[in-house]
Ligand binder design. Structure first.
Ligand code: HEC
Ligand code: HEC
Length: 358
């Protein structure tokens, strides 16, 4: 007698059914944490509040190769705001890193010496909390803030100075000479000491806000919506990359991590060549492809992210909601609904903070 359905066919149907189960079942609802569970979920995953006192600050940020002290910090602050470090004496670090405006310049790409734009159309990242990062710059090419500070001073499109020019200029200023003399073992102005003084100051540029108060035990510091967003941020994997005290800056990661066939099809009908040829889900303005052209980027710091639009390395995305949607789709492979995006943005708003006075 002929069998109605061959056993092999049945096996195939069963296997297909089992493998499609994850897609058929409704998505698992996000965890419903109590306030304390949410706090512990964060604290046990390297997320931490910014310290309040000077001694506590030193424990977190001091650099044994450039020990901090109050006088060195004050000198670094003076240099950070002094246009003397730029060729035509019009640009200081603060020109592109406005501490009152989120520590950046709020324009898509940085404008430096004689109105020149960054050749790779790079967006100025915030200097606030940057000292907490394990590497500096969009591609993480500098190891710390001291090393980083030498970059913009020498870049022809930023401050356009040579180390010798910096030393000559500061040596003409008696007040600066005296300070370098007392503060450094070399007892004089050197380019390296300029970098060190600025770095010591940058190590104090930490901010605290509602998020820190919540982590310290104040349940009322952030809204129910922000708590839902924080839960998504932790349980859906954003914190896997955006972690540490600075909520980012701890590693170099690939972006975009995922590719979609639907994007490929969509691109075929895309009239804008700049989008068509972009490896990113936005225009590849400037052509920067991350570390050694491998699409690897230093994970950005998310503290004060609501104040540092536009977004991504080339500043191509204006809205934070869109940046979050892109991240959810391309980095965690779980595109958020508009409600989830709003919740996460409400959480990101709690990362706004004020400079701590140390
Ligand atoms: C013309 C605008 C401009 C000036 C002036 C400028 N920067 Fe920047 N800064 C940028 C841009 C753009 C980047 C990103 C560049 C890159 O990744 O290659 C950056 C990156 C940084 C970073 C890295 C932050 C991070 O999270 O990776 C720090 C720290 C920083 N700048 C501090 C300074 C200091 C200190 C000075 C003064 C000595 C200074 N900047 C001068 C535009 C500027
Ligand atoms: C695999 C690592 C990784 C994961 C997971 C990840 N991100 Fe990112 N995120 C990055 C990298 C790398 C960039 C920088 C990309 C660029 O500028 O080209 C970035 C950029 C961002 C930015 C823009 C930052 C700026 O200064 O312009 C936001 C906002 C952001 N991520 C939020 C999130 C959220 C929310 C999640 C969870 C849905 C998430 N990220 C998950 C690595 C990650």
């Amino acid at each position: 007698m002929k069998k109605l359905i061959h056993p092999v066919t049945i096996t195939i149907i069963v296997v297909i059914f089992i493998f499609s189960l994850p897609f058929l079942l409704p998505e698992k609802a996000p965890k419903n944490f109590s306030d304390e569970e949410l706090r512990q979920a964060a604290l046990t995953r390297d997320m931490a509040p910014v310290p309040t006192g000077y001694d506590a600050l030193l424990k977190v940020v001091d650099n044994p190769e450039n020990p901090m002290n109050r006088e060195k910090i004050a000198l670094g602050k003076e240099l950070f705001f002094d246009p003397i470090l730029s060729q035509d004496k019009t640009i200081s670090c603060a020109t592109c890193h406005n501490l009152q405006e989120g520590g950046d310049d709020n324009i898509p790409t940085a404008i430096g010496y004689q109105g020149q734009a960054n050749p790779s159309h790079l967006n100025s990242p915030t200097v606030l909390n940057a000292a907490l990062a394990k590497a500096q710059f969009w591609d993480g090419r500098a190891k710390n803030v001291e090393e980083q500070a030498g970059g913009p001073i020498q870049a022809p499109f930023e401050m356009h100075m040579t180390p010798t020019e910096v030393e000559e200029r500061l040596n003409q200023d008696g007040a600066y000479v005296a300070k370098f003399k007392t503060l450094f073992p070399e007892k004089k102005v050197t380019f390296e000491n300029v970098r060190k003084a600025i770095g010591a100051y940058e190590r104090t540029l930490l901010t605290r806000g509602a998020y820190d108060r919540f982590l310290e035990g104040d349940n009322g510091a952030i809204s129910a919506q922000a708590k839902r967003g924080m839960t998504l941020f932790i349980t859906k994997g954003c914190k896997g990359c955006h972690t540490g005290m600075s909520v980012g800056g701890q590693s170099i990661q690939k972006f975009p991590l995922r590719k979609y066939f639907s994007d490929f099809i969509g691109m075929l009908f895309e009239p804008d060549l700049k989008i068509k040829e972009s490896p990113f889900p936005f225009v590849n303005e400037g052509g920067f492809l991350g570390r050694d052209g491998t699409l690897k980027f230093r994970v950005p710091i998310l503290r004060n992210i609501t104040k540092t639009a536009p977004y991504f390395h080339n500043g191509s995305v204006e809205k934070l909601e869109e940046a979050v949607r892109i991240m959810s789709k391309y980095q965690i492979g779980n595109e958020f609904t508009p409600e989830q995006i709003d919740d996460v943005v409400a959480f990101l708003k709690t990362l706004e903070g004020k400079l701590v006075v140390y």
